[in-house]
Ligand binder design. Structure first.
Ligand code: HPA
Length: 283
């Protein structure tokens, strides 16, 4: 497909306008860490001191989220004195098929001077040693959707699109997270996150395949944003909260309601983990 300069300009100006709006609202606050809150992790927003809220609706590069769900909110402030931007609301590829739905968000963060993207999600566990309700540090991923937000991306051309995905999840930040979790007395598993498009859950046969491929967690998010962040030069740290054992690994049947109920009950531990880890990062 031929690059479309008008689309490139429109996206670049939406990013510039979004960064300018955030800069204006943030004043002297200059967060270098942004946190994307997935299901179960939303309580972190309540721990932010001196909160300044900017709805996604005021940011032209940010997605318009599903009607009836959360509107999407950027909350800026501090966590134990560390400046942060907390992003409540993510657009998933399964909603419209657009795997680049978070492109403008990640590029706005980069334009704003954010250097570290902390990602959180809800996932199914592929490993009986990591039960529902437990937390996992993501050390790597499998992009089984085999699609990329950098394809047909008007803002990308040339060599920069060939992003190095070794150490996509930053080993130094991961080590800092391990240490902070240990100090906080929190069990933090580790493993590989598998991205599938969804929105349907997996079949038991698919789950056996993912186990055979070396996956530990399965979910429907995070990977596009990691690719975008690495392309933009941001470091990534990511966590999964297990809301369920994956299909076929337990007797319970999977549903969105079940996922959300487990997410709610494990939420306090998940948010305490983030509150301990974020101020400990060398971002
Ligand atoms: N599969 C995919 N995504 C998920 C799951 C799951 O079992 N649980 C929470 N998100």
């Amino acid at each position: 497909m031929t690059p479309d300069p008008s689309r490139a300009e429109a996206e670049a100006s939406a990013v510039a306008a979004s960064a300018a709006r955030l800069r204006q609202r943030l004043g002297a606050l200059q967060p270098r860490i942004a946190v994307v809150l997935g299901s179960g992790w939303g309580g972190l927003a309540g721990k932010v001191d001196g909160a300044i809220d900017v709805p996604y609706d005021e940011l032209p590069a940010f997605p318009r989220l599903a009607v009836g769900g959360h509107a999407g909110l950027v909350r800026a402030g501090t966590l134990s004195g560390t400046p942060v931007l907390v992003l409540a609301g993510r657009k998933h590829a399964y909603e419209t098929g657009d795997v680049g739905a978070m492109r403008g968000v990640v590029r706005t963060l980069a334009a704003l001077g954010v250097t570290t993207l902390v990602q959180t999600n809800a996932a199914g566990s592929l490993d009986r040693g990591m039960p529902a309700g437990s937390l996992m540090l993501i050390t790597d991923h499998l992009n089984l959707v085999q699609r990329s937000p950098l394809v047909d991306d008007p803002g990308v051309g040339g060599d920069k699109r060939f992003v190095d995905m070794a150490n996509a999840y930053d080993p130094t930040l991961a080590e800092q997270a391990r240490t902070a979790a240990r100090k906080a007395g929190q069990t933090l598993h580790e493993g590989i996150y598998v991205w599938l498009l969804g929105p349907q859950f997996e079949t038991p046969a698919e789950i056996r395949m993912l186990q055979g491929l070396g996956g530990h967690a399965v979910g429907m998010s995070t990977v596009p944003e990691t690719i975008l962040a690495r392309h933009a030069g941001l470091k990534v740290l990511a966590f999964s909260l297990f809301t369920n054992m994956a299909a076929g690994l337990s007797d319970e049947s999977l549903s969105h309601a079940h996922t959300m109920a487990t997410a709610a009950s494990a939420s306090e531990r998940a948010c305490n983990l983030l509150a301990a880890v974020i101020p400990a990062l060398s971002a």
